[in-house]
Design a protein around this ligand. Structure first.
Ligand code: NAG
Length: 314
C-alpha cells in the first residue's frame, strides 16, 4: 500500500474519532466525599459538548431504593434548601452543599439530558460521619413467641461508619433458637461507631407458655372445725384462668369456700382456697387447675386431719 494512501486512512479514522467525540459527555466528576456534620462540599461535574442539552444533578439513596430526587437543572436549583447552591462555570457544574447533615448522605448523579435514550451520567457518593440512631421502624419493639420456638430480636441502626450493635452478644440480631420462659423480659440494644453511641433501645420479649404450677405445701394438716388455706402458684403467659376442683367439681366461693387470686410480679398468680371450719367430709384431695391458650396443668393438695389445730402464719 502506498504511503499516501495509508496516511489518508489514518486521517479518515481520526476524523471519524473526532466526529464521535462531538457527543455530549461527562469528562470529570469529583471523587467520593466523606464529610463531618456541619462541613461543606463542592461536587464538581465537568460536561463537554453539551450543546443545547441541559445538565442536572439528582440525588439517589445509597441503597439505590426509591426514585432519584432532582436537585438542579441547568443553572437552577429545583429544591428549596438554602444550603444548596449550583455554580455553573464554563464546562463545570458545581453543586455546593453547606452545613451538611446526615440526611445529605447519598449518591449525587450528574446527568446530561440529550434525549430520553441518551443521558450520559456520572455519580459521586457523599458520606457523612455521624453517630448511630436506632431505627424504631426496622427494629423489634415487642416480640411474642411460644415457648421452645425460635425468635429473632432485631436492632437496626444507621450511622456512618457502619455501627456495631451490641446486645448481650454481638450482631444486629439476637437469635434465640429455642425460647425458654426464662428468656422473657426486656433486652437492650446499643449501636456504636467511632463518631458516637446511639441511645439504648429496649426490646421486650414475651414468651407464651403453658401454665406451670407449684404448690408451696402439697400436704396440709388441720383439726376439725378450724379454717385452712390452700395455696397454688401459677406461672403462665398469657395469664391462666385458675379453678379449684374437689371430686371433679369446680368449687365456687361460698360460705364454706373463699377463692382469691392474687397476681404478683412476672406473670405469676397465686390462687388461694380458704376452707372455713373444716368438716369431716372435707378432708382429702383438692386440685388446682390452670389453663391458657398454650395448655393446661393440674396439681393436687392433700388435706388431712390433725389432732391439734395448726395456726396459719399469714
Ligand atoms: C471542585 O472545584 C473547586 C474549584 O476548583 C475546588 O475548590 C473543589 O475542591 C472541587 N471539589 C472537589 C470535591 O474536588
Amino acid at each position: 500500500m502506498p504511503e499516501s494512501c495509508l496516511k489518508f486512512i489514518i486521517f479518515l479514522l481520526f476524523a471519524v474519532h473526532l466526529g464521535a467525540s462531538q457527543k455530549a459527555r461527562i469528562t470529570d466528576i469529583s471523587l467520593k466525599q466523606i464529610k463531618e456534620i456541619g462541613e461543606s462540599t463542592h461536587l464538581n461535574c465537568t460536561a463537554k459538548d453539551v450543546g443545547m442539552s441541559k445538565v442536572s444533578w439528582n440525588k439517589k439513596k445509597l441503597d439505590l431504593t426509591g426514585d432519584p430526587i432532582p436537585i438542579s437543572f441547568d443553572d437552577q436549583l429545583t429544591i428549596n434548601d438554602p444550603r444548596f447552591k449550583i455554580v455553573h462555570d464554563q464546562d463545570t457544574y458545581s453543586l455546593q452543599i453547606s452545613n451538611i447533615g446526615s440526611t445529605d448522605m447519598g449518591i449525587y448523579e450528574c446527568q446530561i439530558f440529550v434525549s430520553f435514550d441518551e443521558r450520559p451520567t456520572s455519580s459521586v457518593e457523599l458520606l457523612v460521619r455521624h453517630p448511630p440512631v436506632i431505627s424504631e421502624k426496622l427494629s423489634t419493639r415487642v416480640a411474642q413467641v411460644a415457648e421452645h420456638q425460635p425468635v429473632n430480636l432485631e436492632c437496626y441502626a444507621d450511622g456512618y461508619p457502619r455501627p456495631s450493635i451490641t446486645w448481650t452478644r454481638d450482631g444486629n440480631v439476637l437469635k434465640i433458637t429455642s425460647t425458654r420462659k426464662e428468656d422473657r423480659g426486656t433486652y437492650y440494644c446499643l449501636a456504636e461507631n467511632d463518631v458516637g453511641k446511639s441511645n439504648p433501645k429496649t426490646v421486650t420479649l414475651e414468651v407464651e407458655f403453658a401454665p406451670v404450677i407449684s404448690i408451696p405445701r402439697p400436704k396440709v394438716a388441720q383439726a376439725l372445725d378450724y379454717d385452712i388455706e390452700l395455696k397454688c402458684r401459677v406461672e403462665a403467659y398469657p395469664p391462666a384462668s385458675i379453678v379449684w376442683l374437689r371430686h371433679g367439681n369446680q368449687l365456687q366461693s361460698s360460705e364454706e369456700y373463699k377463692i382469691s387470686n392474687l397476681a404478683t410480679v412476672d406473670q405469676v398468680t397465686t390462687s388461694s382456697l380458704m376452707i372455713r371450719g373444716l368438716e369431716r367430709d372435707q378432708y382429702g384431695d383438692y386440685y388446682c387447675q390452670a389453663r391458657n391458650s398454650k395448655g393446661q396443668s393440674e396439681s393436687r393438695i392433700h388435706v388431712f386431719e390433725s389432732v391439734l389445730p395448726v395456726l396459719e402464719l399469714v
